[in-house]
Design a protein around this ligand. Sequence first.
Ligand code: FAD
Ligand code: N01
Length: 546
Amino acid sequence: MTAREHVTDAIVVGAGFAGLYQLIRLRDLGLDTVVLERAPQVGGTWYWNRYPGARCDITSLDYSYSFDAELQQEWEWSEKFATQPEILRYAEHVADRFDLNRDIRFGRAVTAARWEEQTQTWTVTVMPADRWGAPQDHSAGELYRAKYLILAVGNLSAAHLPDIAGIADFAGRSFHSAQWPEDGVDFTGRRVGIIGTGSTGIQIIPLVAEQAGHLTVFHRTPNFSLPAGNRPLHPEEVRERKADYPAYRERARHSFTGVPVPVPTRSVFEVTAQERERVFEEAWESGVYGALLASFTDLSTDADANELAAEFIRRKVRSLVEDPELAAVLEPRGNYFGTKRTCLDTGYYQTFNRPDTTLVDLRQEPLVRITRTGVATEGRHVELDDLIFATGFDAMTGSLLAIDPVGRGGLALSEAWREGPYTFLGLAAHDFPNMFFITGPGSPSVLSNMIVSIEQHVDWVTGFIERAERDGAPAMHPTEQAQREWMQTVHDEAAKTLYLHGNSWYLGANVPGKPRVFMPYVGGVGQYRDIAEREEADGYPNWERV
Ligand code: FAD
Ligand code: N01
């Protein structure tokens, strides 16, 4: 490789909401910063996930930046839950408004990063990326060198394709939901199959069912899904929220999930059956993410309490699906409610009342292989024109380990994390000096309104760098002991809940061979912020120079 070399103060990888805000803040410090992004434009998640029905399940008035008063006043959301195109337009607007694109190198995949002991800098290897972000043309590589490396690569950015026999044999069109063609896909009149009924599949299924000639859903684990109750925003509610934004955002920052919803005060066992039903019903109807799980104090921690909510949802499924046999397949069982990410849907269960939609229960007839013309289960062969994989992500660590930074003493992140991710506050790792994660494993990240968590992490990292620059500090990393203690805290918090019993991607359970470690911090956004702020106020006692 003949590599050109560029030297800057800071390198940010990723131009999603994390990378964009990090660029703004590092510019504020006067640091020469470059952002490396494998996509051809900004947006991250909202650039890649263009499948039909893609939208947020945190309300748009919450899922937006708070750092700039004018930005949040001027931007107009149209719906309660914004669609992917609208969120992407918002990301583009932010990039234009703050003139960010001039410091972003698009179509560049970071393939390696190495800490150079002598110069105390990071050297990053970059390749031109193909349309799906994969590195290509190794002869055209470049090197970037900088004192600070910030990995804003996303928790849900490494698409996961399961290892199903014959997957390469399919001769029809196939799509992964997170690598959706920019021009969209026309399914009119076609025989379409979909594998995967997580949050993504549940959004895709109703819309593709409407368009396709016939839709076959290959269904393994039934998920808990609640109605989104999406609707246009009323001008009055927007006016009220905008008037209250400063105080509202502050409440969000100190809330449990990054959305300031009322905190439950009662155990589900303290109330009568009628009162319980009323509260569940109200939460079901609210279309607020997490409202049902947070309707009593003990639904996340007590198996019997959780079962009451789970049974409430199963009854709803039975009322929405006309055929009792299909309803039985769709009733969520096998995981506690809330331990896999709860879905919000628009007409998901009702789709199975359509005559042109078939549900195949893979627990009864396991998937055997994909063939040239369709999908074979133990019970049948389904002929298909198109096959959709809504099979999720190598979450939280996938994009970090794809880069696999090499830190002090030649230690690769993959080696340091052989038994699972190991970080201090999800912000940094011992032996990887001056390298930071935005919403890394060990922080609330995917259990929160991500924009609240992104802003908090970016502000924290910026404060750390500001102080290092001001004091002329040498390169720093968290101590081994602090990191060990923090990971114990992350585990202990999870052990107070039912999360450890779930079969979720939070635990790495969806990727064969991935260590089973509960990765996010479940103690809540507000509590986490207090801990991180204390670390800063105390002068970073858990960090050491290298
Ligand atoms: P991303 O948006 O993932 O951006 C990371 C960027 O890094 C990407 O552009 C990627 O191309 C780039 N990158 C990664 N590796 C490399 C590399 N090696 N070289 C160069 N570039 C690289 N969160 C919520 O809070 N509420 C929601 O309702 C919600 N809905 C979601 C719906 C979907 C379909 C998905 C997939 C996620 C959703 N999320 C939601 C989570 C969402 O990922 C975050 O809210 C947020 O967009 C993450 O921003 P980010 O910048 O951290 O990461
Ligand atoms: O991925 P998932 P996702 N054979 O991992 C199935 C966010 N998000 O893309 O459960 C058959 O949840 C798998 O089955 P099983 C959100 O954080 C948010 O849907 O392993 N099936 C499962 O049904 C979310 O949690 C929104 O039995 C196979 C599905 O594929 C995260 O992104 C929208 C299989 C994967 O579900 C990921 O969601 C979309 C196999 N071999 C995404 N392998 C919002 O609404 C996998 N599956 C905000």
